[in-house]
Design a protein around this ligand. Structure first.
Ligand code: A2P
Length: 324
């Protein structure tokens, strides 16, 4: 298999995880994808309160474990979930994890993350509150100082509702600020990483500080078109590495990420691709160098980021990247 990484608190995390965000959002899509992933051997599922499908993930886990009849147990799985922006007040963080656990039908998760470094207002029924401009209503104080939010995550770990805590979409300054106040330091920073967004500085910072980077969209979202007009799946160098290896490009990208030293979270709702993405392939030095070469070109200041929520949030996490 793909092996595991060990978090700074000793907890082991499978290097290949399955992303459960369902872009289509059709009923049953997440259940089928998550069940298929578990059946073909994935033991790490990446979930989030925001994905609105934890109930389906929970059903998939329940049915899978039942069918396994003790051959695979809850302890053999690694389940991550995240708290969304509008639930950053300490009591809301607790509400969020308990709501996720209920939907997932679990008594604990393995990892619980702050999804974005942004706190926002909620409605009475715990939905994000949208302002007159159609954007989130940012809570300035809690965004500028997330200490109360982090204290709530620490408490949930103390109580055994999660085995580890971490963050997602944090920048270097966000992490520096958090490291200063954390009693329990973050174990991971889950961020977008692929050859068009190699994140060299942020990865170096994480590794120096004992924080494991975790890659979402490791396939470069395959068919989304970045600013340059060239899709990851159409890059001639990447295509030729895959062709020469006789492997799908996705396997090349998965191996490249794990080889750089972090877990990767590809997602798919297609059973054949879910299965194919789980097939381990290890890049040789020459293949690795060719993919590194593509990443090197992207490092020169181009930011082909596929996930940027600034229009939804009305808040820019990466202002330095968006100077017109
Ligand atoms: P699909 O669900 O139809 O397989 P990312 O995780 O990088 O954001 O990319 C996810 C996208 O990549 C999904 O749209 C998924 O579509 C597609 N995808 C996943 N695995 C593969 C693969 N092996 N080959 C091509 N596309 C893939």
């Amino acid at each position: 298999t793909h092996g595991t990484f060990t978090l700074n608190n000793g907890v082991k995390m499978p290097a290949l995880g399955f992303g459960t965000f369902a872009s289509e959002g059709n009923p049953g899509e997440t259940y089928r994808a998550a069940k298929c992933a578990l059946d073909v051997g994935y033991r790490h599922l990446d979930c989030a309160w925001f994905y609105q499908n934890e109930g389906e993930v929970g059903e998939a886990i329940k049915d899978f474990l039942k069918e396994q009849d003790g051959k695979v147990k809850r302890e053999d799985l690694f389940i991550c979930t995240k708290v969304w922006n509008h639930l950053h007040e300490p009591e809301e963080v607790e509400w969020s994890l308990k709501d996720s656990l209920k939907k997932l039908q679990l008594s604990y998760v393995d990892l619980f993350l702050i999804h974005w470094p942004i706190a926002a207002e909620r409605t009475e029924d715990y939905q994000p509150k949208i302002g007159a401009d159609g954007k989130y209503i940012i809570k300035k104080a809690l965004t500028e100082d997330p200490t109360p939010t982090w204290r709530a995550l620490e408490k949930l770990q103390d109580e055994g509702l999660t085995r580890a805590i971490g963050v997602s979409n944090f920048t270097i300054p966000n992490l520096q600020q958090l490291l200063k106040v954390a009693r329990i330091p973050p174990t991971v920073n889950q961020i977008e990483i692929h050859p068009f967004l190699p994140q060299v500085d942020l990865i170096n910072f994480c590794q120096k500080n004992n924080i494991l980077p975790v890659a979402y969209s490791p396939l470069g979202s395959q068919n989304q078109v970045p600013s340059t007009g060239e899709k990851v799946s159409e890059n001639p160098v990447l295509k030729s590495v895959a062709e020469k290896a006789g492997r799908p490009l996705a396997q090349i990208l998965i191996s490249w990420g794990i080889g750089r030293g972090y877990p990767v979270l590809p997602k798919s709702s297609n059973p054949a691709r879910i299965k194919s993405n789980f097939e381990a392939y290890v890049l040789n030095d020459e293949e690795r160098k060719e993919v590194d070469g593509v990443a090197k070109l992207a490092q020169g200041g181009r930011h082909d980021r596929f996930v940027n929520m600034k229009d939804t949030f009305g808040y820019d996490v990466w202002p330095e990247e968006n100077k017109a």
